[in-house]
Design a protein around this ligand. Structure first.
Ligand SMILES: [Zn+2]
Length: 223
């Protein structure tokens, strides 16, 4: 989720900021057809003919600054991506209600049989901020109840000693919670136990562009 910002920023104020309107989207598509499609045609046609067989299922925040395909240098067909506010994984609860993230997990793990499930957290997460500081008034119909999925993180109590930035601490705890929730899905746990599925956690720092990987319950910069 994009962090709260004042209305719309005029184009020249922030370096690299591009205001997108519908015409720009159409122009972007035309560039894709002209510059990308000729070289990628064979890949797309093979994917259409053979179907997809992605290397990983990635659960990431919807934040426009954290694009899994860019961060992992992936190409179309490589990643089955699920994006939601804060990149949350809910606990397994097959109650017959429509549950988008769980549906994507079911399809990716049970039908596509991905060998990896990756949770990609990030710095400056507006969803985590909404959980810790309260959702903005305009985002209480859905964002506030959605972030209740991560309520156990708040219930567990305060920051660990030595951690000075509450948001960074809670972003890490939310990542840990999502990884733990993955294992409440019985067919994920079975696949992990059978060695058919690996679960990984990463955190991307938007400011530095550094990716950290969860190893032995700690985040370590990727070399
Ligand atoms: Zn976010």
């Amino acid at each position: 989720m994009v962090e709260r910002s004042p209305a719309r920023l005029p184009r020249p104020i922030v370096a690299g900021y591009i205001e997108i309107d519908m015409d720009q989207l159409i122009q972007g598509y035309r560039k894709f057809r002209q510059n990308v499609w000729p070289d990628e045609r064979a890949r797309y046609q093979a994917l259409a003919k053979m179907g997809q067989s992605p290397d990983a299922l990635v659960i990431s925040c919807s934040d426009s600054r954290v694009d899994p395909q860019s961060v992992f240098g992936a190409v179309p067909g490589q990643l089955f991506v699920v994006r939601n506010v804060a990149g949350l994984v809910p606990p397994y609860s097959p109650d017959g209600r429509p549950r988008g993230t769980s549906a994507a997990l079911e399809f990716g793990v049970r039908v596509l049989k991905v060998p990896k499930v990756v949770v990609l957290g990030h710095a400056q997460c507006g969803g985590v901020r909404a959980m810790v500081e309260g959702a903005p008034a305009e985002a209480r119909d859905f964002v506030e109840p959605w972030m209740k999925i991560a309520q156990p993180v708040l219930d567990r109590g305060r920051m660990q000693p030595g951690c000075t930035d509450p948001l960074t601490y809670y972003e890490m705890e939310v990542l840990r919670l999502s990884l733990a929730h993955l294992r409440t899905f019985p067919w994920i746990e079975d696949a992990v136990q059978a060695g058919r599925l690996e679960l990984c956690g990463f955190r991307f720092d938007i400011h530095t562009g550094i990716l950290e990987q969860m190893k032995d319950d700690r985040l370590v910069p990727v070399e």
